[in-house]
Design a protein around this ligand. Structure first.
Ligand SMILES: *Cc1c(COP(=O)(O)O)cnc(C)c1O
Length: 472
């Protein structure tokens, strides 16, 4: 008998493995047909290895094989979309889900999902209501605007505003503000999709009021300002303010629209990364329509928020495109809970994780780094050298570019020359949960800014499992 057919016979049956899986507490509740698929695929892969002569008799020892198959099935049955530990120090990491919600917002989402709600039901009249009414009042209170509306994200908000107010006409934009945001959002392309025509004015670094004024024609439908977000023009620069634009727009009945991108409701002036105008200030300056994201610096769910003068916002609300871009009930629940916190900025700073992480005191971060370093030394023993180093975190999400936030990094340097930093990083990505850090200064670095207090032990455990047991 050839090795191949002898080896095939050592393989367990699909049903045999499934019965064994039923004894694993974390797998028992998974749908059996799903597990069966995974077991069949895994056994097929082993058969292929046998065919290719890449398996020895020891590999097929019943206990070893079964335990390997169970590990593989467990790994593959994990949700594809799952929790990650963010040790990068980038607070609004777009690839890692941007904002984390405040506890109250998480509860509101949970209730909105598990129970019926008055999503489109007016409890005063017992008749059909509007889903937009739930957040409009709080948006008006927090921003001082006359009216407000929310849609799926800020890209949708910009599209909807242009489609409503500018379709078929020209929109004047400064050349320095034709930005591209990560994830392929480009102002000129969104404009084209909305059916509005872009009229670029000024130079990349300087645009003057007369540039806008000279470009106004019969075709002009709006003046648009776009927050540069992820880049800064420094040196010999000039941009035109909202009040200046108002002086030429208002007499002609043209709206001044501003895409603020991140848009903050919190005044960061007292903090290290410098001044950024708030949405409230923009409203007070007289911007007619303002759009911004819910999940950037605001620290809420993914959403696009539109506030401004009632005459324009009411038209936007009536656009049929709105139906295609509409916000879902979970988002509404999270957004209302988040916005309410802004009625007390100090409370917002404490409760909204994004704000808390952005404004964390250097001294507190140093202490947290110290707690993490101690845990790592205990777990890793002499398998790695752990030290602290001054470093920089980033806000991310295209907000506050080029502004470093002071932090204390925990450096992990493997004792063995054979463990490369890249291999360490890759193995941590395969962990459960995966951990994302950064390689800097010839070390694997962990930034405590984006680690929750209850993630410090977990971080040590994850590194511990990558380095193997201390006894080994
Ligand atoms: C981020 C950003 C957008 C897109 O916002 P999303 O909420 O990600 O859709 C649009 N405009 C500017 C200026 C931005 O910074």
């Amino acid at each position: 008998m050839s090795d191949t057919s002898k080896f095939y016979r050592l393989l367990p049956s699909v049903d045999g493995v499934l019965d064994r899986l039923a004894e694993e507490p974390d797998l028992a509740a998974r749908p059996r047909p799903f597990l069966k698929d995974l077991v069949t695929e895994t056994l097929d892969e082993v058969r292929k290895l046998i065919r290719e002569g890449r398996v020895t008799e020891e590999d097929l020892d019943a206990a070893v094989l079964l335990s390997n198959i169970i590990d593989t099935v467990r790994r593959r049955s994990r949700p594809h979309f799952r929790r990650v530990v963010n040790a990068t120090g980038v607070v609004l990491h777009t690839n890692l889900g941007r904002s984390l919600l405040a506890d109250g917002a998480v509860q509101a989402v949970s209730e909105a999902c598990a129970r019926y709600s008055n999503l489109e039901f007016d409890l005063e009249t017992g008749k059909r209501g509007s889903r937009y009414s739930h957040v409009e009042d709080i948006l008006k209170r927090v921003t001082g605007a006359e009216a407000g509306l929310v849609v799926n994200n800020n890209a949708a908000a910009v599209l909807l505003v242009l489609d409503t107010l500018c379709k078929g006409g020209e929109v004047i934009v400064s050349r320095g503000e034709l930005v591209e945001i990560g994830g392929s959002f480009r102002i000129p392309e969104v404009m084209e999709k909305s059916g509005a025509f872009l009229r670029e004015v000024g130079a990349t670094n300087r645009t003057h009021l007369h540039d806008y004024e000279n470009a106004i024609t019969e075709e002009t439908t709006a003046l648009l300002k776009v927050h540069a977000s992820n880049y800064r023009i420094i040196g010999f620069t000039k941009e035109v303010s909202i009040p200046e634009l108002r002086t030429i727009a208002q007499p002609r009945g043209l709206p001044v629209i501003e895409d603020l991108g991140s848009g903050t409701l919190f005044d960061f002036a007292p903090f290290a990364f410098g001044y950024e105008p708030t949405v409230q200030e923009k409203v007070a300056q007289g911007a007619d329509v303002i759009t911004f994201s819910g999940d950037k610096v605001l620290g809420g769910p993914q959403a696009g928020i539109i506030v401004g003068r009632a005459e324009f916002v009411e038209r936007i609300k009536k656009n049929p495109l709105n139906r295609a871009l509409r916000i879902d009930k979970m988002t509404l629940a999270a957004l209302e809970a988040t916005l309410q916190l802004y009625m007390d900025p100090e409370l917002a700073r404490k409760k909204i994780p994004t704000l808390a992480m952005m404004t964390a005191a250097s001294e507190d971060l140093r202490k947290k780094a110290d707690r993490l370093a101690r845990r790592l030394r205990r777990t890793l023993g002499d398998r790695a050298t752990i030290s602290l180093m001054q470093g920089a975190s980033r806000v991310g999400g295209g907000s506050f570019p080029e502004r470093d936030l002071e932090t204390t990094l925990v450096r992990v340097v493997p004792a063995s020359e054979r463990t490369s930093l890249k291999a360490l990083r890759d193995r941590l990505l395969q962990g459960d949960p995966p951990l994302v850090g950064r390689i800097e200064d010839d070390a694997f670095c962990l930034d405590p800014r984006t680690l929750a207090e209850d993630e410090l032990s977990l971080t040590a455990e994850l590194l511990g499992s990558v380095f193997g047991d201390p006894e080994q």
